[in-house]
Design a binder for this molecule. Structure first.
Ligand code: URA
Length: 271
């Protein structure tokens, strides 16, 4: 039994699919981190797929047809929670409203220390109006539990706030268009201001590249601390990607550990 990992944490890591190598009867064991940070001796890391992870369709986006945009709700930067939620619910600024069942605003503690930012709602999120409720969401919940966090009601130190860059589902889960991201981003910015988290965990290429305004791949952005609106940002793989590429769960665990360290004030300063 490791002195550093409780039975509960070990169970959580197993749920994440992270294998702990713990020899049964000796204290002279390798640290679990070491075991985990060596993802199964892969000959080469699997290529990071750059299509949107939650997507059912892997086809590239059809050429984008410029659509006339409705005006974005005004005054977003000064809205309170209620006004913001209503503005999102009524937004028609990018045209995705035409195919949505529900807007997906965000859930969690309004003063959470951790904010999780994903990409866009998928089919189930669109149906239920809540982010990350599908299979990827279950993995996200397990990952959060492994570091003592939850989306269930709790205090601001344990309960996270979860939001997406886009509040409406792109048709067929296609990749978000830049104009959709641009129209929707003020809502996310205001959510970040209102929550004022101590740390943002950005998941998946679109979320990461949108908030960090970069074209760099996740593989090169991981392991560093970035910033969004003055808040430290740690980036990691999207849970849907991890479902398809379980060998990278160990890297994702490293990212969670970095995020926890940053939140405790021990990580590198934001770049
Ligand atoms: N993928 C995301 O990025 N967000 C969700 O809410 C669901 C799937």
């Amino acid at each position: 039994m490791s002195a550093r990992w409780s039975d509960r944490q070990q169970a959580m890591l197993r749920e994440m699919g992270v294998t702990l190598w713990l020899p049964p009867q000796t204290d002279a064991m390798p640290l679990p981190e070491a075991a985990m940070s060596e993802p199964a001796p892969a000959p080469a890391p699997p290529p990071v797929r750059m299509s949107r992870p939650a997507a059912v369709s892997t086809a590239p986006n059809p050429p984008s047809v410029p659509r006339p945009l409705a005006a974005r709700p005004s005054g977003v930067a000064a809205m309170d929670w209620l006004a913001l939620r209503e503005a999102v619910a009524g937004c028609e600024a990018c045209g995705l409203c035409r195919g949505r069942q529900n807007t997906v605003f965000g859930v969690g503690h309004a003063q959470a220390q951790w904010m999780i930012i994903g990409e866009a709602p998928g089919e189930q999120e669109d149906r239920q109006g809540e982010p990350f409720v599908g299979k990827a969401g279950q993995l996200l919940d397990n990952m959060l539990r492994a570091v003592g966090l939850t989306r269930a009601e709790a205090g601001p130190e344990q309960q996270v706030y979860i939001a997406n860059v886009l509040k409406c589902r792109p048709p067929m889960n296609r990749n978000p268009e830049p104009q959709e991201v641009a129209q929707c981003e003020p809502f996310l910015k205001r959510q970040v201001e209102l929550v004022a988290p101590k740390l943002i965990l950005a998941m998946g290429r679109f979320a990461v590249q949108s908030i960090l305004q970069t074209g760099e791949p996740i593989g090169r952005l991981r392991g560093r601390v970035h910033a969004y609106q003055g808040v430290p940002v740690v980036v990691t793989y999207h849970p849907a990607y991890l479902l398809r590429n379980p060998a990278d769960k160990a890297r994702s665990w490293d990212d969670l550990c970095l995020a926890r360290e940053v939140l405790r004030g021990g990580g590198p300063a934001p770049a």
